[in-house]
Design a protein around this ligand. Structure first.
Ligand code: MG
Length: 379
């Protein structure tokens, strides 16, 4: 089965007025994604998601031109060989740039979708797993910088839906962050799992101030206090309190995860399947993490494809952590993909889909309704 054609679809939507959640990287004003379609000479078509990298047009162009030319005609089932070819020709020689890793991620995900369709197996079975419940937390662009009362009300709404874990946004300033976490803990009680994410918004001094209070509030992880390359800061902050740090959504390929894990500063790793190098590479990262007894907690963004693929992968590894349920209020790329990527149950868990491949069919008329919008997604 040969790859006949590869095409990328950069798509965008504006966040409706009044729904602009604010977090450590700014206020969300639009959202982007890049979908990758791979067609084979046997008529099978696979779909994957490449993260937009805040440059969706550029990522799509890289896929449509360089990647397509490198791998068209190759055996569509040879996912390791295709990964290796793009790595040799693009990533190894010209740096492990984020763009190439994200483009490759979308291509790789589409190839696994094809493998599933070729065998008739859902992805989790293909990867050696089984349909089993995966615990989820309420995430996505939610629970942002807002007055404590509104935040508590939003958090309680997720608990009513079944969620037993949720992620609050911090990185505003330590005093306001601590006040918000305190209010939510008081309202939800000790049983709820509270995670916090600074989206790289902290200084070392901020982390020194906030982390002991987070420990007192029973916060289970502090995600991305600093930019991913500030390794020294992660190492230093790890000693500030008994709140484990988490990172990985801005780490690309296993070669970024080697130092992240070896530094010993993080207790949770969070590769994004649409960024870190796709399913092939996230399996390798999961194996490395397993050797260090670290659970896998994939970051999810932004379409049903990435979400469904993440649940499949979690159902296939020996150390599944949380699935990040994207509960962003307005997300047509989650809601209009033809099938729900996940459903929360009364125990706060999700199940992988049982259809061949990833299990999400992309309607191309849908894509045409969301043409690329240029400009920043956070301001
Ligand atoms: Mg995050």
């Amino acid at each position: 089965m040969r790859i006949r054609h590869i095409s990328a679809f950069p798509i965008s939507f504006r966040v409706p007025e009044g729904q602009n959640v604010r977090l450590g990287i700014g206020r969300a004003v639009k959202r982007d994604a890049v979908l990758v379609k791979v067609e084979t000479d046997e008529g099978l078509t696979g779909w994957g998601e490449a993260h937009h990298g805040r440059a969706p047009g550029a990522i799509a162009r890289l896929i449509d031109t360089t990647l397509a030319e490198l791998v068209t005609g190759m055996d569509a089932l040879d996912v390791v060989g295709i990964w290796e070819r793009v790595y040799r020709m693009q990533l190894a020689s010209h740096g492990m740039g984020a763009a190439a890793s994200m483009a490759l991620s979308g291509l790789d995900m589409a190839l696994w979708d094809i493998r599933g369709k070729a065998t008739g197996w859902p992805l989790h079975r293909l990867l050696g797993g089984r349909a089993k419940p995966i615990k989820a937390y309420a995430g996505g662009i939610t629970l942002g910088f807002q007055p404590a009362a509104a935040l508590v009300e939003e958090a309680q709404g997720y608990v009513e839906q079944g969620y037993r874990a949720l992620k609050l946004r911090v990185g505003d300033n330590p005093a306001r962050d601590i006040a918000r976490v305190t209010a939510v803990r008081a309202a939800l009680g000790d049983d709820a799992t509270i995670l916090v994410d600074a989206n790289t918004g902290y200084t070392l001094a901020d982390a020194r101030r906030a982390m002991p209070a987070f420990e007192e509030m029973g916060v289970d992880w502090l995600e991305e206090p600093f930019p991913p390359h500030d390794r020294r800061l992660y190492r230093e902050a790890a000693g500030f309190a008994r709140v484990p740090l988490a990172a990985g959504e801005n780490h690309f390929t296993r070669f970024d995860f080697v130092p992240l894990i070896e530094d010993g500063a993080v207790g949770f790793i969070q590769p994004d399947l649409s960024k870190a190098g796709g399913i092939t590479e996230t399996l390798r990262i999961a194996a490395m993490a397993s050797g260090w007894k670290l659970s896998l907690n994939p970051h999810t963004s932004l379409t049903g494809l990435n979400m469904a693929a993440s649940v499949h992968l979690l159902a296939s590894v020996d150390q599944p952590g949380f699935f990040e349920a994207d509960l962003t209020r307005h997300n047509p790329f989650r809601d209009e993909m033809g099938r729900d990527a996940f459903k929360i149950d009364a125990e706060g868990c999700v199940m992988p889909l049982e259809f061949p491949g990833i299990g999400i069919e992309v309607n191309e008329a849908f894509l045409a309704r969301y043409p690329l919008i240029d400009g920043p997604c956070y301001v």
